[in-house]
Design a protein around this ligand. Sequence first.
Ligand code: CTP
Ligand code: CA
Length: 221
Amino acid sequence: PAPGIKGGALAGRHVLVTAGPTHEPIDPVRYIANRSSGKQGYAIAEALAALGARVTLVSGPVSLPTPAGVHRIDVESARDMAAAVETALPADVAVMVAAVADWRAETSAGQKIKKDGSGAPPVLPLAENPDILAGLARNPRRPRLLVGFAAETENVVDHAIAKRARKDADWIVANDVSGDVMGGDSNSIHIVTRTGVESWETMPKAEVAQRLATRIADEFA
Ligand code: CTP
Ligand code: CA
């Protein structure tokens, strides 16, 4: 390629990646969250950038450095993540790796919630968060390749097949989290497409990322 122009199988493509957990506020000092480290999503963003893609990484709160060549947008809640994803469109590919909180506190208190002395804990009504992946599938600017992740602890492939159809994603990358995966360095995955299932041996998250980036690039070859 000419100087200053990025070569690579995904050169000229815009890829959107979501990663990390979301934090759903309860009051100014408390939130609902989950154990996602963001490692897998960050590794995927890095691997896609290494193939020449322009990568926008919409990230929940994590303690990871921004991968080289990646444009990172930090968000906290699921609703913030949904808005940042919409703003980042159009994209050729979206890879939704974030562990989006399924529920948020229905209202976030303006002040720190105090114990009232009665010993009765406060009731915390929940509301369901928007499904960012399913929303993108229905978006008029839907990316050409829409990839979801699914962390499952049992019936991994069956759940992923149902999830792909329900959300109308092109692929679901199903992650078997029955072992010690969340926060760990290895993943055991199956790629569920519209036409079948590709199962990969257990491998480090960095290798999953590289192979997935290559697999994505093959779709644009
Ligand atoms: N996802 C999303 N927005 C949500 C929930 C999930 O975009 N509110 C995306 C995730 O980023 C992931 C995929 O959907 O790519 C599957 O997430 P998962 O939590 O496995 O699916 P759910 O539909 O939330 O089902 P479950 O009840 O198994 O958690
Ligand atoms: Ca979920």
